[in-house]
Design a protein around this ligand. Structure first.
Ligand code: AMP
Ligand code: GLY
Length: 427
């Protein structure tokens, strides 16, 4: 069948790489893609949120399966758009309905859902303009630190961890009275701070059954030893050493199963990935957030470790047959290390030529492009903050990381930076 993948980051290159290996994949198209996805299929210049252009392309190319990489088209209702359209309703599309995508698109919705289905998460309260005064009083007596979250999508910037009550009150005011995050901040969730170590767990679900994919840990800070500003993600490892069998059983019993039971009980149309952001507090898993898509850069380690055919998994998700599929995982460790533009996550320049992409790669290393494009003379150039990542396998995390570092050592572009310490706690 012909497949269309929406998105353009490192996650999409890893998904494209995996989809292209399926025996069921005839032609793979990526919209809009990057210079790396062009090596797995054909890029098409369509924005993932331009639903009418997507529709036209799907019909022209007789696409049978649409895979949505990023959250924005899902939160904007692309799945409902397909389901309601006479010409598109038979096309398989992977992702939740707009209602289900609120698990990511509205923090208040996600917190209510967790509360209703007894899923462990930080204690919270939500406020809006009408309850502003109560919110201030609540913040003034709240133990520190205080976590403030803009309800809606805020490009990864909507979570603030405040170290004083005064700071929390000031930020709360900025969100609700000064529109700091635009409409995303019309509601604010205030929650207790959880102290522990984070990991990302992924499932594919049809809203009734589910399969668990390899878990991963990402490294969000720009600086080594997790210092400096937050980024989209500087690297990831999988499996996660502290996510042992006992811990993962707790995750399944207390988080995954109740989440899917909740989707079912609420009759939510959800056929897609759920990314569960967890924090291990003591020995207990607590949910920090849900996302309605795969993680980036987690996908760049999850897809390489997944041995099962991805198209088989996605079609089983659509047809309610997930219960018949067993997920096979590579038992080796995988890591990915992200190379970013100089200045990222602040301002950076684009358009620098990338060298070293044609090097002979070790058998257990892969390069995934994120922010790359082609120049007028067909050279691969930088086009974003996160530029590319190198994923490698090893018998343990340090071995995998050291392979990725040696590949990166041969890659260069002006201002290139990467963290040399991904996986440092597992040495
Ligand atoms: P989110 O945008 O929901 O992914 O949150 C961004 C980051 O904020 C998370 O990855 C955590 O590191 C941190 N965070 C969010 N909620 C909490 C919490 N309740 N306690 C501690 N850290 C949190
Ligand atoms: N790596 C975190 C995310 O994709 O949101």
């Amino acid at each position: 069948m012909n497949i269309l993948l929406l998105g353009s980051g490192g996650r999409e290159h890893a998904l494209a790489w995996k989809l292209a290996q399926s025996k069921q994949c005839d032609q793979l198209f990526i919209a809009p893609g990057n210079a790396g996805t062009a090596l797995c299929g054909k890029n098409v210049a369509i924005k993932a949120t331009d639903f009418d252009a997507v529709k036209k392309f799907v019909l022209e190319q007789t696409i049978g399966l649409v895979v949505v990489g990023p959250e924005e088209p899902l939160v904007k209702g692309i799945v409902d758009f397909f389901r309601k359209d006479e010409a598109l309703k038979e096309v398989v599309i992977i992702g939740p309905s707009q209602y289900g995508a609120q698990l990511e698109g509205s923090k208040a919705f996600a917190k209510k859902f967790m509360e209703k289905y007894n899923i462990p998460t930080a204690a919270y309260k939500e406020f809006d303009k009408n309850t502003y005064a109560e919110g201030i009083a609540y913040l003034q007596q709240h133990p520190l630190p205080i976590v403030l979250k803009a309800d809606g999508l805020a490009a990864g910037k909507g979570v603030l961890i405040c170290q004083s009550n005064l700071e929390a009150v000031a930020e709360f005011e900025l969100m609700l009275q000064q529109n700091k995050f635009g409409d995303a901040g019309n509601k604010v969730v205030v929650e207790a701070f959880l102290d522990g170590i984070e990991l990302s767990v992924f499932i594919l679900t049809d809203g009734k059954e589910y399969v668990v994919l390899p878990e991963a840990k990402d490294y969000k800070r720009i600086g080594e030893k997790d210092s400096g500003l937050n980024t989209g993600g500087m690297g990831a490892v999988s499996p996660v050493p502290f996510a042992d069998e006992v811990f993962m059983k707790k995750v399944e019993d207390r988080v995954i199963r109740p989440t899917v039971e909740g989707l079912n009980a609420e009759n939510i149309d959800y056929k897609g990935f759920v990314f569960i952001g967890l924090i291990k507090v003591g020995e207990e898993p607590m949910v920090i957030e849900y996302n309605c898509r795969m993680g980036d850069p987690e996908t760049e380690v999850v897809m390489p470790r997944l041995k099962t055919d991805l198209v088989d998994l996605l079609l089983a998700t659509d047809s309610g047959k997930l219960g018949t599929i067993k997920v096979e995982q590579d038992s080796r460790s995988a890591c990915t290390v992200m190379a970013v533009s100089g200045g990222y996550p602040g301002n950076y320049e684009k358009g620098f030529v990338i060298s070293g992409l044609d090097q002979e790669l070790p058998a257990d290393s892969l390069i995934f492009h994120a922010g790359t494009g082609l120049s007028a003379s067909d050279e691969v150039v930088t086009s974003g903050g996160r530029v590319l990542c190198v994923t490698s396998f090893g018998n343990n995390i340090p071995a995998a990381v050291s392979k990725s570092r040696s590949v990166l050592n041969n890659i260069d572009f002006e201002g290139m930076y990467y963290r040399r310490d991904i996986g440092y706690e597992f040495e």
